[in-house]
Design a binder for this molecule. Structure first.
Ligand code: AMP
Length: 284
């Protein structure tokens, strides 16, 4: 695997790959890699001639300075892991390399940004779109892999791809979980053992809400979730929503729908975690 830090070098490599007819799979990440990321890499290695991963802790998508500062950075270990999963190129640029000057460009995603992560992390999706758009231009992938764990991000990137006409296929990979159900996340590394235990409540709550979906009014389920989360000291619920899996707009009643997404964000101590499940209503 080749490690590349310069924009100019990745451009040259991608141009050569494209000229020789290679199909490129791409996985953008912020590093501190775990099995969730690695499954995306493996999928790409299976489905493309060449796999490129990027690791860049993108300052423009953090609305909280301490979250950015404390974000785990484990480049050496990440590099070794990538070598085991068929990754061909790691693009790991510095912030100066990616943002040589300030940009006046502003992305806005309408109603996609007025819910959940959009409301609680103002400017976050502008930052995501800026970096993902830049990386798509540099890496020119045929297929780009994202995780369902960040469901709203997938919806935003889908809009970005459609809106700007990127010629690529977007893959939404199912969320990879620990044995006890906790969604894998780089931020889990910041949890102490007691918090790690508590963090399993997020997935438990989603499962409980799923069981109630056809039995109780949706507003009742939401207040039960809020009540459940209040019982535990170190857990603080930011939101729990029942939403359309594509538009992420809140669903008031199930009507004739086939699917809904149950989405949660909560602080476990100081660490903010998110999770979601998409429920097929014909199967419950
Ligand atoms: P991140 O490094 O957190 O920005 O994540 C990079 C990509 O990996 C994003 O598309 C995430 O949605 C995806 N990802 C992170 N955690 C998981 C997981 N547990 N399962 C599946 N995909 C994930």
């Amino acid at each position: 695997m080749q490690v590349i830090e310069q924009v100019a070098s990745i451009r040259t490599i991608v141009q050569a790959l494209r000229c020789s007819g290679k199909r490129i799979g791409f996985i953008p990440t912020m590093g501190a890699l775990h099995e969730g990321h690695l499954q995306l890499m493996r999928a790409s290695a299976r489905e493309n001639h060449v796999t490129i991963c990027s690791i860049f802790v993108n300052p423009t998508q953090f609305n909280n300075a301490s979250d950015y500062k404390l974000y785990p950075r484990t480049l050496e270990q990440d590099t070794s892991l990538l070598q085991t999963v068929g990754c061909d190129y790691l693009f790991a640029p510095s912030a100066e390399e990616v943002y040589p000057q300030q940009s006046l460009l502003r992305f806005s995603f309408g109603e996609l940004e007025t819910v959940m992560e959009g409301t609680h992390r103002p400017g976050h999706f502008h930052g995501v779109a800026t970096i993902v758009g830049k990386l798509f231009n540099l890496v020119q992938p045929h297929k780009a892999y994202f995780g369902q764990k960040d469901l709203q991000q997938v919806a935003v990137v889908r809009q970005l791809v459609q809106g700007l006409g990127f010629d690529l296929e977007l893959v939404c990979h199912p969320t990879v979980r620990e044995a006890d159900g906790l969604a894998m996340s780089s931020r889990n590394k910041r949890l102490n053992p007691a918090q790690r235990q508590l963090a399993t409540q997020l997935y438990k709550v989603l499962q409980l809400a799923k069981q109630d979906l056809k039995q109780k009014p949706l507003a009742g389920i939401k207040s039960e979730v809020a009540h459940y989360m209040q019982q535990v000291d170190e857990l603080s619920l930011e939101y729990f929503e029942i939403a359309d899996p594509y538009t992420l707009q809140p669903v008031e009643d199930l009507g004739q729908r086939d699917e809904v997404a149950l989405c949660i964000a909560a602080y476990v101590g100081e660490v903010r975690l998110i999770d979601n499940i998409v429920v097929n209503l014909n199967e419950i």
